[in-house]
Design a protein around this ligand. Sequence first.
Ligand SMILES: Nc1ncnc2c1ncn2[C@@H]1O[C@H](COP(=O)(O)OP(=O)(O)O)[C@@H](O)[C@H]1O
Ligand SMILES: [Mg+2]
Length: 317
Amino acid sequence: MNQPPRRPQTDLRNDQGTLEELIAQRTAELNLLNAKLSKAQEHLIQSEKLASIGQLAAGVAHEINNPIGYIFSNFGTLENYLTDLFRMLDAYEAAESAHCNAQTLAELQALRAEVELDFLKEDIPTLMRESKEGIVRVRKIVQDLKDFSRVDLNPDWQFVDLNQGIDSTLNVVNNELKYKADVVKAYGDLPAVQCLPSQINQVVMNLVLNAAHAIGPERGKITVSSGQAGDTVWIDVSDTGSGIPPDVVPRIFDPFFTTKPIGKGTGLGLSLSYGIIQKHQGSITVQTEVGKGTTMRVTLPITQPAGAQASDGTMTQ
Ligand SMILES: Nc1ncnc2c1ncn2[C@@H]1O[C@H](COP(=O)(O)OP(=O)(O)O)[C@@H](O)[C@H]1O
Ligand SMILES: [Mg+2]
């Protein structure tokens, strides 16, 4: 008879139900917001990093370019002058025995011995040649840095020779590679590809550095190849390094995921690369075997689908 009213209980259950729903909804919203925030942070880091590297490289290249230019040109002139001076010196030497008295001859002889004239004659051209080689190398590095950053050119979508970009990038990071691995280049014929060149260079650099890091104490091999497949092109970076364990593979593109010690890896290289390649409507894939090595493949459309290139071509400014 006096049954307790059931309504309040039902209400309470309903309230609990809505509360849980509300919490679930809020959590979902928060998660979404959080994901958006991480994405924004990732973009910020990406643009900042690219911009600073690009600007630094371009700035240094620009500053060095000018002095190197006149050193190189003066060197050529100096070489000509020296040749003339040596000719003159030879003439004096030939004339001295006919025109000098014994005492002057002895003095000249002593001086010649003191300054080691014969050695100078041999060594000066060698020094000149070696210095010239050095300057030519510096000029090449500067040119590579300029090509690599391309900040001096229009930082917009351009049709470029990707093989040339890969070459410049390999030269820029050569120092990191040369003690660890032999670098094999196997470029195919590529058409000009529409891209943001400095960002593609950045991707290649990340892949090549990862390849180098994956190689242990024993000298390894890094192969960079490229080719065309239909209306796309591909770039492969293969290494004979450690390979990536299957449980790690799904995480390598995550921002801040790294297996490297603190200070060595930022865990950003691949996530930045992924973002860049996505912006290019391309793809980046991995093939790997533990103990054998890894191949990272970047595929890019030769021409950007209509409208795609409008999206943020200003990243490197
Ligand atoms: N070629 C490779 N060989 C082996 N492991 C790799 C290779 N490339 C990437 N990885 C793995 O992916 C992780 C993330 O790479 P990345 O985003 O470039 O960050 P970082 O190089 O700073 O660690 C690396 O720490 C490494 O574990
Ligand atoms: Mg890396």
